[in-house]
Design a protein around this ligand. Structure first.
Ligand code: ADP
Ligand code: 5GP
Length: 190
């Protein structure tokens, strides 16, 4: 199997990773989304096996024990998220490059593991206040979950400099166009 590349979008929750990644997937047929495994409950219109592999905590812990994850995190207390090695292999076997939407710690883990084969992009919102507005406006999280996400976001915004690129997400159209250029450039490189 020929290995492809990895494009990693990381940022605090609400910064706009999912929106930008979905846009890129609609523009680049050579990209395929890394479907993470998670123990969180499905929300809204999410589909099992498309947005995430929704599994129980027991299954998740079993996969950790079997060393099936390239990286995993207890992103929120009691809620696990992880990238399965089989997922990356599945995508490469289909002749595609992998695009990730994962938290900051997970993104840095992948970058460290894959080096130049990976591009680590940090999505930066205009401010913490705007981030909070976006997250609240998305309307997918309870007050308790929102508070947990804000607290983590405050910490994660400080990680930006450790990524290869900081991608601003102020005006969505501009951010999407810039992200397209970034991806195009990275895929062209030898
Ligand atoms: P993440 O995946 O990083 O948690 P989302 O992509 O779900 O973030 O975006 C959070 C919310 O902010 C969504 O409701 C999305 O539609 C909105 N959003 C994303 N980018 C922008 C932007 N540039 N301007 C205004 N709203 C945005
Ligand atoms: P959400 O619950 O909003 O879908 O995701 C919460 C956070 O977990 C987001 O920052 C998301 O990017 C991150 N996440 C999703 N999948 C993974 C993964 O496989 N590994 C890690 N480390 N984080 C992930």
């Amino acid at each position: 199997m020929k290995e492809g590349k990895l494009i990693i979008f990381s940022a605090p929750s609400g910064a706009g990773k999912t929106t930008i990644v979905r846009h890129l997937l609609s523009k680049f047929p050579e990209l395929s989304f890394s479907i993470s495994a998670t123990t969180r409950l499905k929300r809204g219109d999410e589909v099992d096996g498309k947005d995430y592999y929704f599994i129980t905590k027991e299954e998740f812990l079993h996969k950790i024990a079997q060393k099936e994850f390239v990286e995993f995190e207890e992103v929120y207390s009691g809620t696990f998220y992880g990238t399965l090695r089989s997922e990356i292999d599945r995508i490469w076997a289909n002749g595609k490059h992998v695009i990730f939407d994962i938290d900051v710690e997970g993104g840095l883990h992948l970058k460290k593991k894959f080096g130049k084969q990976a591009l680590g992009i940090f999505v930066q919102p205009p401010s913490l206040e705007v981030l909070i507005d976006r997250l609240t406006g998305r309307g997918t999280d309870s007050a308790e979950k929102l508070a947990e996400r804000f607290k983590k976001a405050r910490k994660e915004l400080k990680y930006a400099e450790r990524f290869d690129v900081i991608q601003k997400n102020y005006e969505l159209d501009v951010a999407c166009a810039e992200a397209e250029e970034l991806v195009k450039g990275f895929l062209k490189k030898n």
